[in-house]
Design a protein around this ligand. Structure first.
Ligand code: PLP
Ligand code: COI
Length: 354
């Protein structure tokens, strides 16, 4: 750890907390009173400031807007019954933040500064953390290039901003997912492992087409052959096949998810065999037909553990068992919630206390 981060704090004179409807929290639409902003200039991070949430002024020529030098993270903070506040594994996001920065020729942000800056913002707006089950404070740190220059070259200046806001469940029901065999999210040598803004922009057309066909999410497949499962929308795809937990290995086309890593750790705690490897569409379809595919879900910070109701492939829809009867994902969700909300011992040290 370095010394305590020096942050200038300007509190809002007019909190919006009292007028916020905590019974209606659509994902990503409600923001707390404050945000954190910092600048990268002359080769260093400076001007760390917490100030009222609101618009910022930028040149229309910033290279983030033109060439996509921009990436983000997603983290959650939880309120425990005794009022304590924890952030779930922000150290992992700090590492991934810098992997994304590296891939996009953007500056590193020291991991302890990342964690401290987030904790300081969460602390100031701790009253915005919902106390209800399945609710949390979503934390969105991001960085983007701010040079007003149209040359295709890495910017010399950047902004780091953190927004936070209360959220309820991302998905309201088990998902009908379509295995995508035309569009590609990521190819080897590309930037699938980075949380680059452009990865999400490119996912919107295929996602919209799938939605028009009635599907809730896509399962991405490998760019070369479209034979192997990669990810599920903005979550890692995980399956229980023949009693083993299987998921694509975290290589350069896959976002190395914190939730994925957490689920793997729990499975290993419980003595379940975990296989991080190529997962073929063929073995999943076979498992769906013969009943050996007993669980399927997306794992992500926003998504939490999102059950898959059915998998569609080449126009055929394969329904899986009733999600309510699935032992593994139900146990994962319950165990994780107990840790995140402080109801059980945090044996892995996943909660960062604010
Ligand atoms: N894969 C993609 C493409 C994502 O956007 C996300 C969401 O963050 C994940 C996987 C899951 O990652 P994590 O569990 O770290 O949120
Ligand atoms: C997250 O789970 O934090 C994500 O980043 C998903 C988001 C794109 C909605």
């Amino acid at each position: 750890m370095t010394d305590t981060l020096d942050i200038k704090i300007t509190q809002t004179p007019t909190s919006r907390l009292a007028e916020t409807d905590f019974n209606n929290l659509p994902f990503g639409k409600v923001f707390s009173d404050h945000m954190l902003v910092a600048d990268y200039e002359d080769g260093e991070w400076k001007n760390f400031e917490i100030l009222p949430y609101g618009p910022i002024e930028l040149s229309p020529a910033i290279s983030a807007l033109h060439y996509g030098q921009a990436f983000f993270e997603g983290i959650k903070a939880y309120k425990h019954a005794d009022g304590k506040v924890s952030i779930f594994r922000p150290d992992k996001n700090a590492i991934r933040f810098n992997k994304s920065a590296d891939r996009l020729c953007m500056p590193q942000l020291p991991e302890d500064i990342f964690v401290q800056s987030i904790a300081a913002l969460v602390d100031i707006d701790r009253n915005w953390i919902p106390g209800k089950a399945n609710h949390a404070l979503y934390i969105r740190p991001f960085m983007f290039a701010t040079d007003p220059f149209l040359g295709v070259t890495p910017s010399a200046t950047y902004k780091y901003i953190v927004l936070i806001g209360p959220v309820g469940p991302y998905f309201s029901k088990p998902l009908r997912v379509k295995i995508e065999t035309h569009y590609t999210r990521a190819a080897e040598g590309g930037m699938g492992y980075a949380k680059a803004a452009g990865n999400y922009g490119s996912s919107m057309l295929p996602a919209r087409k799938a939605a028009e066909e009635g599907f809730d999410q896509l399962i991405w497949t490998d760019a070369k052959e479209h034979k192997y499962i990669e990810e599920m929308g903005a979550a890692n795809a995980m399956f229980l096949l023949d009693g083993k937990l299987i998921t694509a290995e975290a290589k350069d086309t896959i976002l190395d998810g914190v939730t994925r890593d957490t689920v793997i750790a729990l499975a290993k705690d419980w003595g379940i065999t975990v296989e991080e490897r190529k997962v073929s569409i063929a073995e999943l379809i076979e498992g769906a037909k013969n009943g050996k595919l007993t669980d399927a879900f997306g794992a992500g910070t926003a998504a939490t553990i999102a059950s898959v109701a059915s998998i569609s492939y080449n126009g055929e829809e394969y329904f899986l068992s009733d999600p309510q009867t699935r032992e593994f994902s139900k146990k994962v969700l319950a165990t994780l919630d107990d840790i995140k909300y402080g109801r059980s011992e945090d044996v892995h040290g996943w909660n960062y206390m604010v």
